[in-house]
Structure formats: structure tokens, C-alpha cells
Design a protein around this ligand. Structure first.
Ligand SMILES: CC(C)(COP(=O)(O)OP(=O)(O)OC[C@H]1O[C@@H](n2cnc3c(N)ncnc32)[C@H](O)[C@@H]1OP(=O)(O)O)[C@@H](O)C(=O)NCCC(=O)NCCS
Length: 217
């Protein structure tokens, strides 16, 4: 573990990124190991989180301010949306838990990402930010107020596609944090928890949704 930490710290140092930024990025490892420990009472990491943790250690995913970013090598289904992608940079956006998702912080973060990738020698005239998350689920508009951070976050994105075949809906895990099959056990501590539970019972669904927005430089 120490070896990886030193290796990643060197990557940050070589890119002239601050110790604060390194510390904030590396926090992700604690988040995922704490989740495992909380659920299993021993230290560990779920296999499905290995790839993600590796991306953090390799600095492929980087948290710049509120949001996390990752250059998309393969844009898959989105390639049909754009006729011409010369000088485009496609950047995946991830959202860590634990801090409010205010529009101001998100704006700062998108700008930080653009500057970061420029400084790393990427040449581009247009950035396409892509996000695939339950946070983009269109039905959230039916249960959250317009001024909520999640709805404000959604406003920038053009919805592209939703995954209608989710076996374990991520929204349930992220909002209720448990895997209880019994809906009556789902917490009702926040507005989102209350409304989501109510509408879920009536059959409304909130699939992981992919969206994008374009920023010309
Ligand atoms: C992204 C996140 C920070 C947004 O939270 P936020 O800034 O509070 O968002 P909003 O302002 O829209 O919240 C509106 C309401 O929903 C609640 N809410 C938002 N996200 C929630 C969550 N994951 N679980 C429970 N309640 C949540 C808020 O507490 C608020 O309720 P309140 O009015 O009772 O205070 C939060 O959802 C989070 O930490 N998610 C986990 C990370 C994640 O899912 N990432 C994406 C992976 S694909």
C-alpha cells in the first residue's frame, strides 16, 4: 500500500500538482475501503471497485475541486451525435459523495479540468463533458425542486440514453446506502429519500442516464 501511495504521490509531484490536491484525490481509497469495512466488519475492498481505485492511483481519474474527471478514449455510442470530432476532447465526469453539488463549485471544477488538460499538453478547441449517473435520471425532476443542486447539475446536460436494465439500481444504493430488499426499511431522512421511496412504490423508476454538454474553448 505504501508503495502505491508513494508512486501516486510522485505522479502528482511530476505534474506539479499540490499536496492538497493529492490528499483530496487519495481520499477516494478511504471512502471505498470504509464502505467495505462498514458492510463486512473487516478491512477490504470490493472487487468491482478495483478498477476505479486503480484509476485513482494511476491518476487517470483526477478530482479538481468538486468533480472528478477522466479523459474518454472511447466515446462509443456518442460518436453518432457528432459529425466532426476533430480537436474535441471528451471528458468523463464523476461525482464523489460527501460534498454538496453546488452549481458554483461545479462551474469552477469544469474550468479547472479544462486548464488541467491544457497544461498536460492536450490540444483541443472543444470539450465535451460526459456523465453517466443516476443523478441525470430525468424522473428526478418529478421529485426534486427546481433549485436543488441535482436538478441544477442536470440542467447543463443533454440527455442521451438511459439504462433500462439495471439489476441493482444505483440510485437505491446511493440514496439509501443499504441493500435491503424490503422497501419499508428504506430510510426517510431527507426529502429525496422520502419522495423517492414514495414514487418507487408507485412504480416510477430512475435509471442511470448518460448526458453530455459541449464547451467551446
Ligand atoms: C451528489 C450529491 C452530493 C448531491 O447532494 P446535494 O448537493 O445535497 O443535492 P440536492 O441539493 O439536489 O439535494 C436535494 C435533497 O436531496 C437530498 N439528497 C441528495 N443526495 C442524496 C443522497 N445521495 N442520499 C440521500 N439524500 C440525498 C438532500 O439532502 C436534499 O434533501 P433535504 O432537502 O432534505 O436537505 C449527493 O447525492 C451524493 O453525495 N451522492 C453520492 C455520490 C454519487 O452518487 N455519485 C454519482 C455516482 S454515479
Amino acid at each position: 500500500m505504501n508503495k502505491s501511495k508513494t508512486y501516486t504521490k510522485d505522479l502528482y509531484k511530476n505534474t506539479k500538482l499540490s499536496d492538497e490536491l493529492f490528499a483530496d484525490n487519495i481520499k477516494d481509497l478511504y471512502i471505498w475501503s470504509e464502505k467495505y469495512e462498514k458492510e463486512n466488519n473487516v478491512k477490504g475492498l470490493y472487487k468491482e471497485h478495483f478498477k476505479w481505485v486503480d484509476s485513482i492511483l494511476e491518476m487517470k481519474v483526477i478530482k479538481l475541486g468538486r468533480l472528478q474527471f477522466e479523459v474518454l478514449e472511447n466515446i462509443d455510442d456518442l460518436s453518432n451525435v457528432f459529425e466532426e470530432t476533430k480537436d474535441f476532447l471528451f471528458v468523463n465526469v464523476h461525482i464523489r459523495e460527501g460534498e454538496k453539488l453546488t452549481p458554483e463549485e461545479c462551474e469552477k471544477s469544469y474550468d479547472m479540468a479544462i486548464n488541467f488538460y491544457k497544461s498536460r499538453g492536450h490540444k483541443f478547441s472543444t470539450v465535451v463533458f460526459v456523465c453517466y449517473s443516476w443523478l441525470l435520471s430525468p424522473n428526478l425532476k418529478n421529485i426534486l425542486p427546481e433549485e436543488s443542486n441535482i436538478i441544477k447539475f442536470q440542467e447543463k446536460y443533454t440527455f442521451f440514453s438511459s439504462n433500462l436494465n439495471e439489476k441493482n439500481p444505483q440510485i437505491i444504493e446511493r440514496v439509501f446506502g443499504n441493500k435491503s430488499e424490503n422497501i419499508e426499511d428504506w430510510e426517510e431522512g431527507t426529502n429525496l429519500q422520502r419522495k423517492l421511496k414514495e414514487e418507487w412504490k408507485k412504480g416510477m423508476r430512475f435509471p442511470m442516464t448518460k448526458g453530455y454538454f459541449i464547451k467551446k474553448i
